[in-house]
Design a protein around this ligand. Structure first.
Ligand code: ADP
Ligand code: MG
Length: 696
């Protein structure tokens, strides 16, 4: 193992490198841009670009790319080499400020929800200096935003940056009221915990469903799953351990704070958690982490599956988005603090989150909605599709006391008065945390647990930042200019708790009772992506994002179309894969199984009428019946795929959800029933057991 502090950030043009390599004035100008978003003049940009190029070449880079995050959910890059022709048939290595700041990829094939049709087919990329430039695979990667020529965002970074500005602006207003005049900026911090599966490359390659869809579309359960809980936090197998070590190293070189690694609940499932950082960087880093997970797995003869539900019957993979707000003076705004004054400030921010989550359940739900995550939400370990908030017994008790003007035990049986009484010290012990809550307060941050493992964290943080900004704005409007400030804070906190405590739920989020109780409380239960997405373009939501300059109406409609379209396309690919596998793999194998049974019966009959052959006959009957049903459902699915309504994106998605997904479920259960019954020697693909126990 290399010396970690030495390799850490080795491939990043970070603060230290900037200081070393840039003239003082240039460094100061760049810092100002990073801090305040001031624009860089061409001369300064040229010097920075040249320094970046020299540094990159020393590290073996030959190309540069504007690295961006289109609406596909993965990152995109188009590499250009540094070469420029020079006299005598030679080349020199060049990189200009212009090339650093703006790129014009011919990126017309990325989803744009029709945004570019009316303007120009091309979009442009613009350098985001708040996220460091880095080297990956011999290429200098420049994190960029991706926009249309009309200025509409076509990516996930632009709205994220806008949402950071929005929440910062409103939080600063509130902090001013608490006398924190030195705070000029508030930045969301995020630590995303990432789950994934590792399987052997050889078994992977024999599964068309994994190759095309990243998840198994068929597969009878293995006799052993996760019931013994022997995998969770278990000892790492040598191959997995070697993989994790190399992954850590690769991530450290990229300046990613990979911290925790362990086995997860399902066999072959693992988790990696970084130390939190500012949300923009955390988002870039999470994309890079997912990419490196796949790259490093290949090197170890394995495949990393990031799908939300690669295997039925065992846990799926999620991503926990730990989110907080931190000031430029280093204060975490969700740290309850010790004095009554700090407590009051904490309660204001807590209330902002509480009312935001209650009012905008739809947006949080949408940020976790995808065809893949539809298989996970409501399943085994995953949060249900209902959004609720867990605060822990102590904090919930405090809020109850404020709401009811009643005595609060832990504060010496006093009525809690905001800004007067001190809050008790809340235990941060993770053991009593409610693991079934989709949105939990965990001592000094919130953990949003609904996200699917393959999702970009941009979307959920855009939602969180914007909806909390909106509450803080309303609070600041109310509190500014009040004479009895703490009295006004108490009234506000009390009112918010009273109006929004329906969102607080500390019980078992996976129980049937909760579904009924949530309904009674008027909480949303948007079961699938198709149920959730129409909420995106509700007039209130269009207004919300417009008010904070995060999205305009056109951008939101475009995103809505893209999300629906993505859902339909994914289901379509899965359905086509199923039809194909049934026709070319399963049906021929099932015929072979039946033939073998027939042969056995004929052979026995040839010996004597008296040799019993009930085993073969019964099995043949069951399999023959299933075989006919399989053909029937497969044909129905095939036909349904030929009759997809086109035109309205929602209508198409609803059709996929109603007509296609139901047939897929039926088809799977029939094929799985034959797998469970028949001779494994004939089965054309690796079984669940082969897959989830493929790493020895
Ligand atoms: P777990 O949820 O598994 O018990 P931890 O509570 O240790 O794990 O932390 C989970 C993640 O939360 C880590 O990535 C950690 O860096 C992150 N985290 C801790 N504090 C903050 C914060 N103030 N803002 C954002 N993320 C944070
Ligand atoms: Mg966690």
């Amino acid at each position: 193992m290399n010396n970690i502090p030495e390799i850490f950030g080795k491939l990043v043009f970070n603060e230290t490198v900037m200081k070393e390599r840039l003239p003082r004035e240039i460094y100061k100008a760049l810092k100002k841009t990073i801090r305040e978003g001031a624009s860089l003049d061409r001369h300064v940009a040229d010097i920075i670009a040249a320094a970046m190029k020299d540094w990159a070449i020393e590290k073996g880079a030959t190309h540069y790319t504007h690295w961006f995050q289109p609406m596909t959910g993965v990152t995109a890059e188009k590499h250009d080499s540094f070469i420029t022709p020079a006299s005598g048939g030679n080349v020199v290595m060049e990189f200009s400020g212009k090339e650093l700041i703006k790129g014009e990829p011919d990126a017309s094939s990325f989803p744009s929800g029709g945004l570019r049709a009316t303007f120009e087919a091309r979009g442009y990329t613009a350098w985001d200096p708040t996220s460091y430039v880095f080297i990956k695979d011999g290429t200098l990667c420049i994190p960029t935003a991706f926009c249309s020529y009309g200025g509409e965002s076509l990516d996930k970074k632009t709205p994220l940056l806008r949402s950071i500005e929005a929440v910062s602006k409103q939080a600063v207003r509130i902090l001013k009221l608490f006398g924190k005049t030195d705070v000029t900026r508030v930045v969301p911090t995020v630590g995303p915990e990432q789950e994934y599966f590792l399987i052997d490359k050889e078994v992977f390659e024999n599964r068309k469903d994994l190759i095309y869809c990243g998840r198994t579309l068929f597969g009878a359960p293995a006799p052993k799953g996760q019931e013994l809980e022997d995998h969770y936090f278990g000892k790492l197998k040598p191959r997995v351990s070697a993989y994790m070590k190399e992954l850590d190293e690769e991530l450290w070189k990229l300046g990613i704070l990979a911290k925790t690694k362990h086995n997860e609940a399902a066999p072959a499932q693992h988790e990696l958690a970084p130390i939190f950082t500012t949300v923009n960087i955390a988002t870039d880093h999470n994309q890079l982490t997912m990419e490196m997970m796949k790259v490093v797995a290949e090197r170890h003869g394995m495949v990393c599956l990031l799908h939300e539900k690669p295997f039925e019957g065992v846990n799926g993979s999620g991503k926990h988005n730990n989110w907080s707000l931190t000031t430029n003076t280093g204060e975490n705004l969700f740290e309850p603090g010790k004095s009554p004054h700090d407590n009051a400030q904490f309660l204001v921010f807590l209330c902002a989150v509480m009312s935001a989550v209650h009012k905008h359940q739809d947006l949080l739900r949408i940020s976790a909605a995808s065809a893949g995550n539809d298989h996970r939400l409501g399943g085994h370990e995953a949060p249900p599709a209902i959004i609720s908030m867990f605060l822990g017994e102590e904090l919930a008790g405090v809020l109850e006391s404020i709401k009811a003007d009643s005595d609060y035990e832990a504060s010496g049986k006093q009525t809690m008065k905001v800004g007067v009484n001190a809050l008790p010290v809340f235990p941060k012990d993770s053991t009593d945390r409610n693991r079934t809550s989709p949105f939990a307060f965990t001592g000094n941050k919130f953990e949003f647990r609904m996200l699917g493992s393959s999702a970009s964290i941009a979307c959920s943080n855009i939602m969180l930042n914007t909806m909390v900004a909106d509450e803080l704005k309303a609070f600041a409007d109310e509190l500014e200019g009040k004479n009895d400030f703490l009295g006004a804070v108490h009234a506000l906190v009390k009112r918010i708790i009273t109006e929004h405590d329906a969102i607080i739920f500390d019980g078992n989020g996976y129980s049937e009772d909760w579904v009924k109780e949530a309904k009674r409380r008027g909480l949303l239960n948007l079961e699938s992506t198709v149920d959730a997405l129409p909420y995106y373009i509700r007039p209130e939501n269009l207004e919300l994002f417009k008010r904070h300059g995060v999205y305009n109406e056109t951008e939101m409609h475009a995103r809505y179309e893209i999300l629906l379209d993505e859902y339909s396309k994914l289901v379509n690919i899965e359905a086509l894969t199923m039809v194909d596998m049934v026709k070319k793999d399963y049906s021929p194998a099932i015929t072979d199984i039946q033939k073998a049974l027939c042969d056995a019966i004929i052979a026995k009959r040839a010996v004597s009428e008296d040799v019993p052959c009930n085993t073969e006959k019964k099995s043949l009957e069951r399999i023959a019946k299933a075989a006919d049903e399989i053909t029937e459902v497969n044909t129905a699915l095939d036909n349904a795929l030929k009759n997809v309504p086109t035109g309205d994106a929602l209508e198409t998605a609803v059709y996929y959800r109603r007509e296609i997904v139901s047939k897929m479920t039926k088809l799977r259960s029939l094929v799985d029933s034959v797998e469970a019954e028949g001779d494994r020697g004939y089965w054309p693909v690796p079984s669940y057991g082969d897959l989830i126990f493929s790493i020895k």
